[in-house]
Design a protein around this ligand. Sequence first.
Ligand code: IPE
Ligand code: IPE
Ligand code: MG
Length: 262
Amino acid sequence: MWGIIDKALDKFKDNSTFEDLILEVKKKEIPTHVAFIMDGNGRWAKRRGLPRSAGHQAGVKILKEIVKISKELGIKYITTYAFSTENWKRPEKEVNFLMKLFEKVFLEELEKLNQEGVKVNIIGYKERLPQGVKDKVEQAMERTKNNDTLVLNIALDYGGRSEIIESVRNIGKSLIDSEISLEDIDEKLISQGLYTNQQPDPDLLIRPGGEKRISNFLLWQLAYTELYFTDVYWPDFNKVAFLEVIKDYQQRERRFGGLKKK
Ligand code: IPE
Ligand code: IPE
Ligand code: MG
């Protein structure tokens, strides 16, 4: 059930090289900001008779591949959903495993990401994360804060609704303190209160794993994002698949409520 990705992989095997594919994609507009809901890790593992944790581990490898190719393509922002505010509902064992995994990945990958000019930005509540993860997260953000090749937003304990509530609360406070008036509340002000403040909205959202929903991800920011859903599980996603999705994106016409360009 790979759809266009599957067909593309066949074609790729026969008569073109990966470099040809990159060149083809680079001829057209590259999205500035791409968001990913990294889903399907557990089912990927189950299909192989492995524990769910193996799926999460395999998923990290794909994220690294995606960051690398994104840099090569000149993508400026990647936002990736690693743990939602709803994921705390999972069994304690899985939550603990994931937290340990996040800690380990930040520790192991930080220097490399920094050398590559990646700015790591954690979006989410943060307060509820275990101290070890919080420390690594702060360290990663601090160490990479001056980088500007690629911004990597990692959504950890992230929920779109909580994010909007936080922005609205801050606005309410400014209103009470008479720092702003009612007329000052507009899209810009609400956006400024979000974790993605100063960043452009995603051009493209990719959700592997077969589900066709947003699962509380970037609710405000996705207003005009192009959506791409695929049945491929996240650990089976790869850079070739990513390039094929970008090719699909490049054929779309983004009208933003206006009319087709003549
Ligand atoms: C996504 O994969 C990773 C996280 C939510 C942390 P899942 O763990 O949701 O995998 P499935 O959807 O159960 O296959
Ligand atoms: C979304 O996946 C969250 C992450 C990928 C981190 P879920 O697996 O939690 O989403 P639902 O429960 O299927 O909507
Ligand atoms: Mg899932």
